[in-house]
Each structure stands twice: as structure tokens, then as C-alpha cells.
Design a protein around this ligand. Structure first.
Ligand code: SF4
Length: 331
């Protein structure tokens, strides 16, 4: 919902401020699919709101999935489309939200990167993805939010931060900061800015290689922010926040030989608060080649010979292209 337009609509009707708060409370509850259902408002007001506003700024075009993972294609008011994912695992109902339509960073393993950049999402368009899922799963509700959908959150930071404040606020979605995660491809200067906010929001960095040349070869952003610059920013983050920082590492044929393991071990061991998440690569058309089972096994064996701590993550939603790096839309 466009909250500025809501305020303007109520002002034009000379309605008191408590009405605004009442509607906002209803809106964030996730219980209502339209204004007609808000029977604590007068019939006349419900009709006027329905005529001038959409309850959500996103509307469903298509939904696919299974019991544990669902992916929805959402249409925005200008006809652009984004994807958003719901996951039910580890006792947490999680929304994986998009922050941009497309992405300018062009990581070679990622379907979104192949779309190019179309535009930033507004804070409402980000929050409404969560409200959409809340409506869908009511009376359950989303308890965890990850910014791992389409786009680079740090390149739409003002809007993402405004959305996070709403998601985190007691008057908004009341989801604790520790249940919110930002994932970045490595926008090193924004990591510093983020650290200075001193929040409890989790940070994940898509590392995927600790070799500068290899990383550059499939993540163009590595040319702008070198590995050493990225490492400095990450050290600054953990020094400032004393929080763990998660590095994502998709297992590909290009990044899983013995030397890759050695460089990765050195990188992760350089700070006790660095933690490694290994992820099987989700394939996309024209993308990178996943590590074979034997390459994966050998790579993990190298890691096991070190003191490094890591987790091997399960991947959800590959069957219907809802997994990391597989989100794409066309317009
Ligand atoms: S992986 Fe993330 S940063 Fe890279 S192109 Fe895809 S959406 Fe953009």
C-alpha cells in the first residue's frame, strides 16, 4: 500500500489521526485481503479507500511450489514484475524478498543478473512482499526475512533501510532484527556504513572465491571492490559489531580445487567471527557449472583438514527455480 497516498486520502476526508493508525494496524496484521474486510471501519470509508487505494502494492500473477517452498511472481503498479519466495523450515517461516527489479551486478551464476537492472523497489513494495505471504499463510505469519531475492540490497539501501525499520517496528511487522538478514555481493563501502548502524541484523557476503582473478571472472563487482578491500570491510564490520559474518560459497567446478580451498581457509581463518556457508550451486541457463559430487567431496575433505568451521546448506525450491540465484522475470 502507498502510505503517503493513504494519509492524503484520509486528510482529504478530514478524518482524525487515529483512523490512520487503525488502518495501518489492520494493514500490518496480514489478516485482510481488501478494505471491505475491515469491518471496524464505516462502510462509506471502506468504499472510499477501495476506490482510491490498493491494499497491497504488489499483486499475484502466478504461484508455484510445494509444502516447504513457494515462489510467487508479483506485479507492481507500473507492470514490472518481481519474484518473492516463502520457505517453511527450521521452525521458522521465512520470506526471501527482492529489493530491486533485476540487478546491475551481473554475477554469472545468477538468473537475476542476466535480466539487467530495471528499477529499485520502494519500501512499500518490499514490505508488501512479506504482507503478501502473511495473507497467504494466515493465521501463521512470517518470522524471518532474508534479503536474498532479486537485486543487491546495498544498491537500494535507503529504501531497504526504510523497509527494515517497518519490518522491525513494533507498530509494523514486529520481526526482531536478529531474524532479518541482508545478503550482499560485496559492496565494500556499504558494509562499513552498515556496520556503523550497529544493528543486530545479520550480514551475509557472497564470496564464492577467495582468489581475486577467479572471483573477478564471474562476479564483475570484484573488479570494483577487490578481495582485500572486501576483507577490510568485513573485518571492520565484525570489529564494530562483534557479530558473526556469514560468507556464502556456491560450489562450482571453477572454485573447488585444492588451491581454492587453501585460499578460502586462509580467508575464513583470518577472523574468528567469519563463518562459512557452503551451498550447492543452483543451475541457471547460460550460468556456471556446479562442482561434481567428487569435486564437492574433495573440496570438503580439504576444508575438514583445517580448523575451519562451516555448514553445508540445503537448497530449497530448485524444482521450480525458486532457489538462490534462480529468480528472473521478464516484462
Ligand atoms: S547474485 Fe545477487 S548481486 Fe549477483 S546478480 Fe544476482 S541478484 Fe545481483
Amino acid at each position: 500500500m502507498d502510505l503517503i497516498k493513504l494519509k492524503e486520502t484520509l486528510d482529504s476526508l478530514n478524518l482524525p489521526t487515529f483512523r490512520y493508525r487503525q488502518i495501518i494496524k489492520n494493514y500490518y496484521s496480514g489478516r485482510y485481503l481488501n478494505f471491505d474486510q475491515m469491518t471496524d471501519l464505516s462502510l462509506d470509508l471502506r468504499q472510499k479507500l477501495s476506490e482510491s487505494l490498493n491494499l497491497l502494492s504488489v499483486s499475484e500473477k502466478n504461484i508455484v511450489g510445494d509444502d516447504s517452498t513457494q515462489k510467487v511472481l508479483l506485479e507492481l503498479s507500473d507492470g514490472q514484475k518481481i519474484e518473492s519466495v516463502f520457505m517453511d523450515y527450521d521452525d521458522w517461516l521465512t520470506a526471501c524478498v527482492s529489493s530491486q527489479v533485476g540487478c546491475s551486478l551481473g554475477c554469472h551464476f545468477c538468473a537475476t543478473g542476466k535480466m539487467g537492472f530495471k528499477r529499485n523497489l520502494t519500501p512499500e513494495e518490499i514490505v508488501d512482499q512479506i504482507l503478501y505471504w502473511n495473507q497467504k499463510i494466515y493465521p501463521k505469519y512470517i518470522g524471518r526475512v532474508v534479503f536474498m531475492g532479486m537485486g543487491e540490497p546495498f544498491l537500494n539501501w535507503d529504501n531497504v533501510l526504510t523497509a527494515i525499520n517497518i519490518i522491525n517496528s513494533k507498530d509494523g511487522l514486529n520481526i526482531g532484527a536478529r531474524k532479518i538478514s541482508i545478503s550482499t555481493a560485496g559492496v565494500a563501502d556499504k558494509i562499513i556504513e552498515f556496520a556503523d548502524l550497529d544493528t543486530q541484523i545479520n550480514l551475509a557476503v557472497s564470496l564464492h572465491s577467495a582468489d581475486q582473478k577467479i572471483r573477478e571472472s564471474f562476479m564483475p563487482i570484484a573488479k570494483k571492490y577487490s578481495l582485500s578491500q572486501l576483507k577490510n570491510s568485513c573485518n571492520y564490520y565484525v570489529g564494530k559489531t562483534n557479530r558473526q559474518l556469514f560468507f556464502e560459497y556456491a560450489l562450482m567446478d571453477i572454485n573447488t580445487n585444492q588451491n581454492d580451498a587453501k585460499l578460502l581457509i586462509d580467508f575464513i581463518n583470518s577472523n574468528r567471527l567469519f563463518f562459512l556457508n557452503l551451498i550447492p550451486l543452483n543451475t541457471v541457463e547460460g550460468g556456471m557449472t556446479p562442482a561434481s559430487p567428487s569435486q564437492q567431496k574433495a573440496f570438503i575433505n580439504y576444508l575438514d583438514q583445517s580448523r575451519i568451521e562451516y555448514s553445508l546448506r540445503r537448497s530449497f525450491g530448485q524444482n521450480f527455480a525458486a532457489a538462490c540465484g534462480q529468480l528472473i522475470t521478464s516484462k
